[in-house]
Design a protein around this ligand. Structure first.
Ligand SMILES: Cc1cc2nc3c(=O)[nH]c(=O)nc-3n(C[C@H](O)[C@H](O)[C@H](O)COP(=O)(O)OP(=O)(O)OC[C@H]3O[C@@H](n4cnc5c(N)ncnc54)[C@H](O)[C@@H]3O)c2cc1C
Length: 440
């Protein structure tokens, strides 16, 4: 039997620095076998064979592999179903413990529970650590122990906890010699995984200090580079949340609040896994959506005749990114002007957003539709034309994505704003019944 090893399984934490689970594995006293699995149960659900997220992960894995090889170690990169692959690994290595960072999504939790049972039978420890958020599970709850459903009191408690326990970056380099010297196996190429390089090229450079300092002034203007583009890095862990917060904590409260929204939605999903697909407020399930497939197609293609909505949808299709203000307006247009179920829009975003995150996506879509926790009141309906005048007065952003804007080839609006507003309020009132009278 070979010497016992600890496995560190990279999942949504693709970095060698400031990684809690990796540090814990390195402290275990055993050599650490670093592992990444291209999970076929996830990859097989992706609809596009040039999905930019697979390319992003692939690049991150190759980057880590280079650094590990330089340290005399290697990352073991596998492709398949984790439950089956671990079965093989248990027969190949003398695994004493498996370390990973917590993933709070319902499917990941189910997978980890199955693995925990399997490891338990084999007497192998399975250690899941907090890494992707500052506070998790029941750490930020009300005095009575129940989860918050309103953001502001959640944020106040989160902010106090942050002041009381400033995040400390975890040092993984000190024990780096503890890596297992695995024979070097090549990282499977994208084509071996069934994917090809995406045409999307999004600017995902790490933000400068100046951008964060001025974030509160620039974040609502889609024509400028006024937000950090950290979403994809936080999603796949190529930057750690403690590193981001440490560099931002004294610079910009508005920015910190957005990071807290991210954690709020992670918490909500962990406490209520049904929110992935169901309304937080169950009475909203009674709304009779029109769900017109042709109108949905026009929205997806950015051909609704509302320039700010269309510009956002075209930015998404071509880059995998959409500015937050425009996400709100495009989502509101789908749900309220077209009366299409928010889940249709959320699924489209899930397919196309590079920074797609189940908790933030369903949380924000429900916020827009009015059915989420602490959501916008349902009767507040964005006027997409007024929004365009306000946030893109010179039409700079719109012109960037709609070259034919202001020409006869740009379509007329598919729905009249006043009629759509009236129709929406009626549908919501009908669906919510007596409760809507109470809300008004
Ligand atoms: C309908 C809709 C769907 C969305 N879907 C997603 C999604 O799938 N994944 C996602 O990360 N964000 C989502 N958001 C939130 C927000 O639009 C993005 O986080 C933001 O635009 C990403 O750009 P950025 O990294 O430049 O953000 P910045 O403005 O620079 O903010 C920094 C980070 O804070 C977090 N953040 C900012 N705003 C929010 C917010 N409203 N909710 C949660 N976290 C936030 C993100 O992690 C973001 O990367 C959605 C918003 C809407 C309205």
């Amino acid at each position: 039997m070979t010497a016992p090893v600890s496995v560190f399984w990279f999942r949504r934490d693709l970095r060698l620095d400031d990684n809690t689970g990796l540090a814990a594995a390195l402290m275990s006293g055993r050599p650490v076998l670093p592992l990444f699995i291209f999970d076929t149960t996830i990859l097989s659900r992706l609809e596009d064979h040039d999905d930019a997220r697979v390319g992003f992960i692939h690049d991150a894995i190759e980057g880590m592999q280079k650094r590990l090889v330089a340290q005399g170690s290697t990352l073991l990169v596998l492709h398949g179903d984790p439950l089956l692959l671990f079965q093989d690994l248990l027969s190949q290595y003398n695994i004493a413990a498996v370390y990973a960072n917590e993933d709070y999504e319902p499917a990941a939790r189910a997978r980890d529970e199955s693995l925990a049972a399997r490891f338990g039978e084999a007497n192998i420890g399975f250690h899941l650590l907090k890494d992707t958020v500052l506070f998790h599970k029941n750490e930020i709850v009300k005095d009575d122990g129940r989860p918050y459903s309103v953001f502001t009191p959640y944020y106040n408690r989160w902010r106090k906890a942050l002041s009381d326990q400033p995040p400390v970056a975890v040092d993984c380099s000190a024990q780096a010699t503890a890596f297992w010297k695995n024979p070097l196996l090549p990282v499977p190429g994208l084509s071996q995984l069934g994917f090809q390089k995406s045409h999307k090229s999004i600017d995902i450079a790490q933000p400068e200090r100046l951008l964060i300092e001025r974030y509160h002034e620039t974040r609502d203007t889609p024509a400028v580079r006024g937000t950090t583009r950290l979403g994809v890095h936080l999603r796949f862990g190529t930057i750690g949340i403690r590193t981001v917060v440490r560099s931002a904590v004294d610079l910009n409260e508005t920015f910190l609040k957005e990071l807290a929204w991210r954690e709020f939605f992670v918490q909500q999903l962990w406490h209520h896994p049904r929110l992935a697909q169901a309304c937080f407020k169950p009475e909203y399930e009674n709304i009779a959506w029109r769900n017109d497939e042709e109108e949905f197609r026009l929205w997806c293609e950015g051909r609704t005749g509302y320039p700010l909505v269309d510009a956002g949808m075209r930015e998404l299709a071509s880059t995998g990114f959409m500015h937050n203000r425009v996400r709100m307006i495009a989502a509101s247009f789908l749900v309220k002007h077209l009366l299409i179920d928010w889940r249709w829009g959320a699924a489209w975003f899930a397919q196309h957003l590079l920074d797609y995150e189940l908790s933030s996506n369903s949380g924000n879509w429900q916020w827009v539709a009015g059915c989420g926790c602490d959501a916008a009141p349902y009767f507040r309906i964005f006027n997409p034309t007024a929004q365009a005048k306000r946030w893109d007065a010179a039409g700079t952003y719109i012109s960037q994505w709609i070259p034919e804007w202001n020409s006869p080839s740009y379509p007329a609006p598919i729905v009249d704003h006043a009629l759509a507003t009236k129709r929406c309020l009626e549908a919501y009132k009908q669906g919510l019944g007596s409760r809507s009278r109470f809300i008004k």
